[in-house]
Unconditional design. Structure first.
Length: 540
């Protein structure tokens, strides 16, 4: 038993015990915090752990509580759940299907496009997969589409919300990478460190996300050209509109979600707002869009509120609207007064939208607003309690010297930084078969990212944190599709018709997982896809 006196051995046993308990389905936060605390006391009893490390745990909790970036999480969750409940996805899918359904594979193209649009406006995989599974899958099967191809298309398109910003994964990754990058620079003796923000990660993930959409659609196009019997052309039910009227209607349906996407993502990438502020804009916009969908004929105040929101965003970039100043120029005072009036209109519109959402009941008789708030609270609480548990785990891991052991191990790998990154990516991919993306982010990233970001991928060229974050995000996306614990597979299995077998769902996702891995290879050899836009926007 003398080997237990080696802190590195205890550290490894703690890691394996944590993974094993997670596979049992026990709540993640309690596994992370409980296992690490137990091993801290075991290490103390064996004389290889200093309990003084645990005195930093309250500070970790306080940092989580006071993080402005993490406030974006519940706001983005609220935005996504509200949009899902407002039936935006249903209308998009119906109209896209009418536009492309007459082409071989047209319904699959529609699902992919709508998945990308929902990814840029909700970022919640579960809601997207369930919605598209309920609406599109029965239609695709009735029209003679292959079961595995249909299931793979819906599951893969639903996971685009993990890569295309704004994404909760990118928010959490950005928060972890920001701390890791600063720690890496401190370890290298740089005491005026550069920073990497969620804005940088959003900008870096945009082009790779669109690349992934393009690769999905290229695969669908080639497959349906080679084997049209898998996705035959169909004649959708007549909507009573001419092709021109149908196109105009589709443009109307797309207008509101696209405006919301531009307002949220554009304000972040344009530097007009932080991710948290933009998430607030998205939550307000989603509320107003839901209110409009519930009663379009009497929505003048909602439209006025939406216009006011857009004008306020433009004014915030053009004028200094702060009142806490000794001297305010006359022009800016006028702008402030106008902004106050617009804010009043916006507030009235939001109040009306909230009242409509409260008054409306879903198919189960629950008030929509209360249902959305409850879902937001549940999801956000889960994320934050996992974050607290992960703080305890990383603290004890470092107390055992695990970070030093990992650093020595990665540094000794053949190939240097290239070998280290490949091993970390492979480890994350394999863990994705068994663990949720949150668990992988909070267990792996705090341990390996500070080490990787000190390495040079080429002589004189350190690993770019944005590139590393985007690579990790695409890798984590596969965790939703890889059996046996891929969440997108669970979601789709729950809403798929009984005749669809689980093995057909598994077969359907294989090509899309391969496409995601190919996207990682493309990004490996052309990192500029991830790094060009942040440099163009922010000059870093």
């Amino acid at each position: 038993m003398s080997f237990l006196l080696d802190p590195e051995v205890l550290c490894l046993i703690m890691f394996l015990t944590t993974v094993g308990l997670l596979l049992t389905g026990f709540p993640v936060a309690f596994v992370l915090a409980g296992t690490s605390a137990a091993f801290a006391f075991i290490g103390y009893a064996l004389g290889v752990f200093d309990l003084g490390f645990l005195s930093a745990f309250p500070q970790r909790i306080f940092q989580t509580m006071s993080s402005e970036v993490l406030v974006a999480v519940p706001l983005f969750v609220f935005m996504g759940v509200m949009l899902e409940r407002s039936k935006v996805a249903e209308e998009l899918l119906d109209n896209m299907g009418r536009m492309f359904g007459s082409l071989p594979g047209g319904l699959a193209f529609s699902v992919c496009v709508v998945g990308a649009l929902l990814a840029a406006s909700t970022g919640i995989v579960g809601a997207t997969v369930v919605t598209m599974g309920l609406i599109s899958l029965p239609t695709m099967l009735r029209r003679g589409y292959s079961r595995s191809f249909s299931c793979g298309t819906i599951a893969a398109s639903g996971t685009l919300g993990q890569v295309i910003p704004p994404s909760i994964v990118l928010v959490l990754l950005g928060d972890q990478l920001s701390s890791a990058y600063q720690q890496a620079q401190f370890d290298m003796g740089i005491f005026a460190p550069d920073t990497v923000s969620v804005n940088d990660l959003f900008a870096g993930a945009l082009l790779p996300g669109l690349l992934l959409v393009g690769m999905y659609m290229l695969y669908q196009l080639v497959l349906t050209w080679l084997r049209p019997e898998l996705a035959p052309a169909v004649q959708m039910a007549d909507s009573g509109r001419t092709p021109r009227e149908q196109l105009v209607h589709l443009a109307g349906v797309l207008f509101a979600p696209i405006i919301l996407i531009v307002a949220v993502l554009g304000s972040i990438l344009g530097g007009l707002a932080s991710p948290t502020e933009a998430a607030g804009v998205g939550a307000v916009g989603a509320m107003m869009l839901a209110g409009y969908k519930l009663l379009p004929s009497r929505s003048g105040l909602l439209i006025a509120g939406g216009v006011s929101l857009v004008i306020l965003l433009v004014m915030s970039a053009s004028f200094d609207l702060r009142l806490q100043r000794d001297v305010i120029p006359q022009q800016e005072m006028i702008a402030i007064i106008v902004a106050m009036l617009l804010t009043a209109v916006l507030f009235a519109g939001v109040a009306l939208a909230a009242w409509r959402a409260y008054q409306t009941r879903d198919e189960n008789g629950e008030r929509v607003l209360l249902l959305v708030m409850r879902s937001t609270m549940t999801i956000s609480s889960m994320v934050f309690i996992i974050l607290v548990g992960a703080g305890m785990f990383s603290l004890v891991f470092r107390g055992f010297g695990g970070d030093e052991w990992i650093e020595e191990f990665l540094s000794s790998l053949p190939g240097g930084a290239v070998g280290a990154v490949l091993l970390v990516m492979l480890t994350m991919f394999v863990m994705g078969f068994f663990l949720d993306f949150l668990e992988i982010i909070f267990i792996v990233v705090p341990i390996v990212a500070p080490i990787l970001l000190q390495m040079e991928i080429a002589p004189g060229e350190p690993i770019n944190p944005v590139w590393l974050g985007v690579m990790m995000a695409i890798n984590l996306q596969t965790s939703f599709l890889t059996p046996p614990f891929g969440f997108a597979l669970f979601y789709l299995r729950g809403v798929a018709p009984p005749e669809v077998r689980t093995i057909e769902i598994y077969k359907g996702i294989i090509p899309f997982v391969i496409i995601q891995l190919l996207a990682l290879i493309v990004l490996w050899y052309t990192p500029e896809i991830a790094t060009w836009l942040p440099v163009a926007l922010y000059g870093q």
